[in-house]
Design a protein around this ligand. Structure first.
Ligand code: NAP
Length: 273
């Protein structure tokens, strides 16, 4: 069984992004990401700080904008700023705020985390668009592991607009045969245990165990579930699945670091357009 090393995959991506960012800088453009932070959530603050630090290392400026109320106008203003190339609003959102309602204010050309509903729509019809970085990370990790996706049976567990749906669309674009499961799926184990690749994006600790995975399958665990001792576990019971799967991404150290690297890659891509 192989643990797919997300930190190593992320380091390779960052090195390439740093080269591209340096070229842009030499030509007079500092690739810049603006992150709107709408709450005081502690985990969010930690994640945003890690994006800022990673950006500093590879030549992407990250501007953190704390805005609690006028989120739509704030995102529109940042989208109109020619010195900003990527715009995102960090979850969680304040109570009562609907993600789609505010994300429509992000210019799709700067929508580096694929939050504007039109980005997901473009992705669905095969037009160029930024996908959410986490969904991109799923495909990137599978490529890095050398998994053949064309013709593979892939089961995605979770159908959110942030992870499950865009991951399914990206995998479909890779010519995989994709099944999407969710909380109303009749028998999850029947679906997942026939898959060559299982992508878990559920948001509940250890929902998938030995009975869900076919021998030799590759498992991408997107879930990040906090434990009582301050740690983090995925949606997959890794210890139970290890003897069965061919490969699995660890939590932490799998999807997370690749997501951050790809988000910054998207900023550099947006800045070069
Ligand atoms: P979400 O919006 O809560 O969606 C969860 C999905 O899982 C829903 O589609 C839900 O089905 C489905 N589901 C829930 N319980 C299920 C069950 N028992 N069996 C089958 N399906 C079930 O969560 P999300 O935003 O997509 O995030 C998913 C996980 O990814 C979370 O742990 C989150 O922290 C993590 N995440 C990680 C990163 C990263 O960079 N590593 C980034 C983003 C998210 P219904 O649609 O029927 O409700």
């Amino acid at each position: 069984m192989t643990l797919i090393d997300g930190r190593a995959v992320a380091a390779t991506i960052r090195a390439r992004v740093a080269e591209d960012a340096a070229r842009l800088l030499a030509a007079g453009t500092t690739p810049t990401l603006a992150i709107v932070v709408p709450t005081d959530d502690e985990a969010t603050a930690w994640y945003v700080r890690s994006i800022v630090r990673t950006g500093e290392k590879i030549g992407v400026a990250v501007r953190v904008v704390e805005e609690r109320e006028l989120l739509g106008p704030c995102l529109a203003e940042l989208s109109a700023d020619p010195t900003v190339h990527g715009v995102m609003c960090q979850a969680p959102l304040p109570p009562g705020v609907v993600r789609d309602d505010i994300a429509v204010h992000i210019d799709p050309a700067k929508d580096v985390d694929g939050a504007n509903p039109s980005s997901l729509g473009r992705l669905a019809v095969g037009l160029p668009a930024f996908a959410p970085a986490t969904a991109q990370a799923v495909v990137e990790l599978l490529h890095a592991h050398g998994t053949t996706l064309a013709g593979a049976d892939v089961v995605v567990v979770g159908r959110s607009a942030v992870v499950g749906k865009p991951a399914a669309l990206l995998l479909l674009a890779e010519n995989a045969t994709v099944t999407v499961c969710h909380s109303r799926t009749k028998d999850l184990a029947v679906q997942t245990s026939r898959a060559d690749v299982v992508v878990a994006c559920v948001g509940s600790a250890h929902v998938l165990g030995a009975a869900h995975i076919r021998p030799g399958a590759v498992v991408i665990d997107v879930g990040t579930n906090p434990t009582t001792d301050g740690g983090l576990v995925g949606d997959v019971d890794t210890a139970a699945v290890e003897p069965i799967a061919e490969a699995i991404t660890p939590v932490p150290g799998g999807v997370g670091p690749v997501t951050t690297a790809l988000l910054l890659r998207n900023v550099v891509t947006a800045a070069s357009h």
